[in-house]
Ligand binder design. Structure first.
Ligand SMILES: Nc1nc2c(ncn2[C@@H]2O[C@H](COP(=O)(O)OP(=O)(O)OP(=O)(O)O)[C@@H](O)[C@H]2O)c(=O)[nH]1
Ligand SMILES: [Mg+2]
Ligand SMILES: [Zn+2]
Ligand SMILES: [Zn+2]
Length: 384
């Protein structure tokens, strides 16, 4: 029988703090039947999940596995209450910026990179979604389709088991990932957003602001047409580069409004600015120098810690590169709005897709860096 540690969990849908008594529990003996199961006095006292007590139910005596949040009504895996820490991030960026591709390779790397973590999906939707994307990118080797706009994305719910600590108790962290559609982010200021998306944006612990460098005119004029075409979501990417600046400003204003932060105040939230599609930039003459730190393998995984000096160097190199491209307005907007900003550069695929959008063997570059920065900030991984 499960017993909970006395931490307060966070509902991944409405982001309210929840405890055992804030869940509604259901016994689901088969597809057509379900009945509510109430917590007994002893369950509450012992802080444990209830069991089905209905006499002729085939699940009689079994611990309940389905629940929903009392506040928002969304279904939740009851084991969500188990975790020691609650981490969440939200990926934002214009359509085709590379958000979904990035998150797919991030999950894959987190599973297989050699970090002392075990990753488990908390619910069936997360398992299915991850399998589908992974199968597309790693087996069928094809680019993903754009994320559907106008509907709120289901948060992906993961458990990270921290195997780095010796002893009986393995710390567990709930990791919630929101991957919205770029189109929704672009219109954030003038389209009334689905209330769920807005909650994710204002509630996530870290924002991943994904910036597509291929939208910059200076970059577009320097790289080959084939590379450019294969690396863009051609049917969707119509945004002018300036949109990225206004997107950062509207995103920040949006969060301010929702969290009651006054206009002149920087938002006290981790913001990882992630420059995607780094592989396509190696063609540029005016790109990164061949001995740049950003092009070297990331040291964090090997060192089993967040190597701050490496990350600061990468941050500097990208800022310098963006400045050379004339993108000071974007950097200015980020720094003016967020207090805790770090710039990262990643390539999800390792090299551009071909003209048919097929991928070569996927070799992600530095995709774990932003996540490791977050883990370090949460005290989960040491900062070196
Ligand atoms: N060269 C290169 N191209 C990439 C990379 N990642 C993504 N792309 C290209 O960018 C396109 C869009 O990627 P997605 O991951 O679907 O972008 P998204 O931000 O999720 O887009 P929406 O869901 O429409 O908001 C892909 O079809 C690829 O052509 C990368 O690492 N390198
Ligand atoms: Mg997407
Ligand atoms: Zn809820
Ligand atoms: Zn039952």
């Amino acid at each position: 029988m499960f017993n909970f540690r006395n931490t307060t969990a966070i509902c991944p849908h409405c982001l309210r703090k929840i405890k055992l008594s804030d869940l509604k529990f259901y016994c689901v003996p088969d597809e057509d039947n379900r009945h509510e199961v109430r917590l007994s006095f002893v369950d509450k006292f012992k802080n444990r999940l209830p069991v089905c007590k209905r006499r002729y139910c085939r699940n009689h005596g079994l611990t309940i596995r389905e629940a929903s949040c009392r506040f928002c009504g969304e279904s939740l895996p009851p084991q969500i209450l188990f975790h020691d820490k609650f981490l969440s991030f939200c990926a934002v960026g214009v359509a085709g910026a590379g958000k979904s591709s990035y998150l797919t390779t991030l999950i894959h790397e987190l599973k297989y990179s050699g970090l002392p973590y075990i990753l488990q999906a908390m619910d069936v939707e997360t398992t299915k979604h991850a399998q589908l994307n992974e199968q597309n990118v790693y087996e069928a080797r094809h680019c993903l389709k754009g994320t559907e706009a106008g509907i709120s994305p289901k948060p992906q719910l993961w458990t990270i088991l921290d195997n780095s600590e010796k002893g009986d108790k393995i710390p567990t962290y709930a990791l919630t990932i929101y991957d919205g559609a770029g189109e929704d982010c672009e219109h954030i200021d003038y389209t009334p957003l689905d209330s769920k998306i807005s909650r994710y944006l204002s509630g996530a612990r870290m924002l991943l602001i994904m910036f597509d460098p291929l939208l910059l005119p200076s970059v577009r004029s320097e790289i080959r047409f084939e590379t450019l075409n294969a690396s863009m979501a051609t049917e969707r990417q119509t945004s002018a580069p300036a949109n990225m600046v206004s997107m950062v400003n509207s995103l920040a204003n949006y969060i301010r409004r929702n969290c009651n932060i006054s206009p002149g105040k920087r938002i006290d939230r981790r913001a990882a600015v992630v420059i995607t599609k780094l592989d396509a930039l190696t063609e540029m003459l005016n790109g990164f120098s061949s001995d740049a730190v950003i092009l070297k393998e990331s040291p964090h995984v090997k060192s089993r810690g967040f190597v701050d000096s490496d990350s600061q160097m990468v941050d500097l190199e990208i800022r310098d590169w963006l400045t050379r491209q004339g993108e000071t307005a974007f950097l200015g907007a980020i720094d003016a709005n967020f207090k805790d900003v770090r710039v990262f550069g990643v390539s999800s695929f390792g090299r551009p897709p071909d003209m048919q959008k097929r991928l070569a063997r996927v070799r992600p570059h530095r995709v774990l860096d932003p996540l490791i920065w977050m883990l370090a900030g949460e005290g989960i991984i040491p900062t070196l």
